[in-house]
Design a binder for this molecule. Structure first.
Ligand SMILES: [Zn+2]
Length: 492
């Protein structure tokens, strides 16, 4: 088996009127932000400010510059607001809701493989994503969002099921297969009469993963080469064409619909593209891949803007995981839950909502109930997350909640779990054999373990972790004979 560090993925309405403000006669989108909300001037994402933040992160000497960049957005914001909700307006309207679109919303979910949190809108100095940056500027954006896990399979299984991957029936391999008995939220949408379409560009998304469940149209980019150690395919042009074809379907004019497109080109191998040259190092070439992908996303965003349903369609953007470039001696992703691997962008452009940034930690585990909520379909009682719609709309403040990141054992990786609350992060190693505490505010590079230095915080975080663990009903995967760290007395 390939060594850990080198191995990679082998293996609108807003309907919320009725839903969120029961008793409110008017749409919450017409209401100003609650007076008690902490609304501040836009957090600067100018490179100069960011550079200063990155400098402050230099207390993590082992971390390369990219790590400081990655964490500095979080660190700056954690420092500013360590334990309470924080909302900052980024648009000209300073957080005041715009006029809402009438009728139900459609939802387009655009996920980007391996997109780190340190994108230009978070202060990264290279102009690697102008179209995403423009969309983020028009969105409600989470500065401290976490993927459900650090690998594609586990992360999307959680996002789509609304439950943690450890709770799901699965094969037990790195590219986990999920049987029909696992319900993914598009199935609920489909049953409710919502048109569901998706297009994908990696062999894992073919039917083995189970992610096709609930989609009326589920298309794959043609001609993909299947390699479970890397991804050499360049797929943005074909993927864009498929997305346009699916979004151009006459059925969608009748609405409501849900569309999901997972773009792959930021995934390694980091292929060079003509006319884009940030350098030869891995991060340079990754940046080039993002710039290339972003050009195609710009075309997709323009297509969406011109569509007849544009004014009643929410666009949500996030990543399935981040990407490491030397932090903690790691490259690529999976296997661990360090910040560069799981801190990701998350933003939603929703008709009627003014742009703002929310600095409270949140997880993609919230997306299933959120997307269902936007489409007016009830969530399942088993969901571990909560709808974000009220805080997106500004009718509720984003309360501090514990974020869980969950990486079940497979034949390729040991189990890892993390709990993030405010500025602190607790990482569980190997079936809770050891819990490590980090202060992301002071130490965004996660280099100083604080179990002994901050015993009170450690006790509180451990208690919270144990409480959450009781609510995660681990089940063993189908294949158990080669699980890493297998111990008969421990959960799978
Ligand atoms: Zn991925």
């Amino acid at each position: 088996m390939t060594p850990r560090m080198d191995a990679l993925e082998r293996g609108a309405v807003l309907f919320f009127a009725a839903l969120h403000v029961a008793g409110c006669a008017t749409s919450p989108l017409h209401e100003p932000a609650p007076p008690e909300a902490k609304v501040t001037q836009a957090t600067s994402s100018a490179p100069a400010t960011h550079a200063a933040s990155a400098g402050s992160a230099s207390s993590a000497p082992a971390a390369p510059a990219a790590s400081a960049d990655a964490a500095s957005g979080a660190a700056r914001r954690v420092d500013a607001e360590p334990a309470s909700s924080s909302v900052s307006a980024t648009g000209p309207s300073q957080g005041t809701p715009l006029s809402p679109a009438p009728g139900p919303l459609n939802v387009i979910l655009i996920t980007i493989d391996a997109m780190r949190a340190d994108m230009p809108w978070a202060g990264y100095p290279r102009d690697i994503a102008p179209n995403l940056t423009a969309l983020e500027k028009a969105s409600v954006s989470y500065t401290r969002a976490y993927s459900v896990s650090s690998s594609t399979a586990m992360s999307f299984a959680g996002l789509l099921s609304g439950r943690y991957p450890s709770e799901l029936e699965r094969s037990g391999s790195f590219f986990s297969a999920h049987p029909d008995s696992v319900e993914f939220f598009p199935e609920r949408l489909q049953r409710a009469g919502v048109r569901t379409v998706a297009a994908h560009a990696h062999f894992y998304f073919e039917k083995k993963a189970g992610f096709h469940q609930g989609f009326d149209a589920y298309r794959m980019v043609e001609g993909l080469s299947a390699d479970n150690t890397t991804d050499k395919n360049v797929t943005s042009p074909q993927h864009l064409a498929l997305a346009k074809e699916l979004l151009g379907d006459e059925h969608l004019k009748k609405g409501p619909f849900f569309a999901w497109f997972h773009f792959m080109d930021a995934h390694d191998l980091y292929v060079s593209h003509p006319g884009i040259d940030f350098g030869k190092k891995p991060r340079d070439r990754y940046d080039g891949e993002l710039r290339y992908l972003d050009g195609h996303l710009g075309e997709l965003f323009a297509f969406i803007e011109k569509a007849p349903w544009a004014s009643r369609t929410a666009v949500i953007v996030t990543a399935d995981h981040g990407e490491a470039f030397g932090e903690h001696k790691m490259t690529r992703h999976g296997f661990e839950l360090w910040e560069p691997l799981v801190h990701v962008p998350l933003f939603a452009k929703i008709p009627g909502l003014a742009p703002k940034r929310i600095d409270t930690p949140r997880s993609a585990i919230d997306l299933a109930p959120t997307i269902l909520d936007l489409l007016g379909v009830p969530a399942d009682a088993s969901y571990q997350g909560q709808s974000l719609v009220a805080e997106l709309a500004g009718t509720a403040l984003p309360e501090e909640r514990d974020v869980i990141v969950d990486l079940p054992r497979t034949g390729d990786n040991f189990r890892r779990r993390a709990l993030v609350r405010g500025r602190y992060k607790l990482i569980s190693h190997d079936d809770d054999f050891r819990l490590d505490l980090y202060d992301l505010g002071k130490d965004p590079g996660e280099t100083r373990e604080l179990r002994q230095a901050e015993p009170d915080v450690y006790r509180d975080m451990k208690r919270r972790y144990e409480e959450r663990r009781q609510r995660i009903k681990d089940i063993c995967p189908k294949r158990r004979d080669n699980l890493k760290g297998k111990r008969p007395e421990k959960p799978c």
